[in-house]
Unconditional design. Structure first.
Length: 117
């Protein structure tokens, strides 16, 4: 099991940037696939980005070219750099961990991102 704590959310104008951070506990962090998800009011939670233990990344079409996911296994940290933010990026953003052969079982508490037009 991994405990996750997100930080870095806030209010930003359209076109601005934010960097979300996710601090993870656990000695096997480097083996986990890490994901960033978001949920806007009245919408289903969606996967925004993911990074595998070997560094392969995935991005949802809506954020491709604007968001970058990265990880620092030495620090047990995952980041989401968000550039060129749009009002439709407004949501609660969650960090999640997926062990080998498992689903995303461990979740953080979420951090609010609000993009004003």
């Amino acid at each position: 099991q991994v405990q996750l704590v997100e930080s870095g959310g806030g209010l930003v104008q359209a076109g601005g940037s934010l960097r979300l951070s996710c601090a993870a506990s656990g000695r096997t962090f480097s083996s986990y696939t890490m994901g960033w998800f978001r949920q806007a009011p009245g919408m289903e939670r969606e996967r925004v980005a993911a990074i595998w233990s070997v560094g392969i990344t995935y991005y949802a079409d809506a954020v491709k070219g604007r968001f970058t996911i990265s990880r620092d296994n030495a620090k047990n940290m995952v980041y989401l750099q968000m550039n060129s933010l749009k009002p439709e990026d407004t949501a609660v953003y969650y960090c999640a961990a997926k062990g080998v052969g498992r689903e995303y079982d461990d979740w953080g508490q979420g951090t609010q991102v609000t993009v004003s037009s």
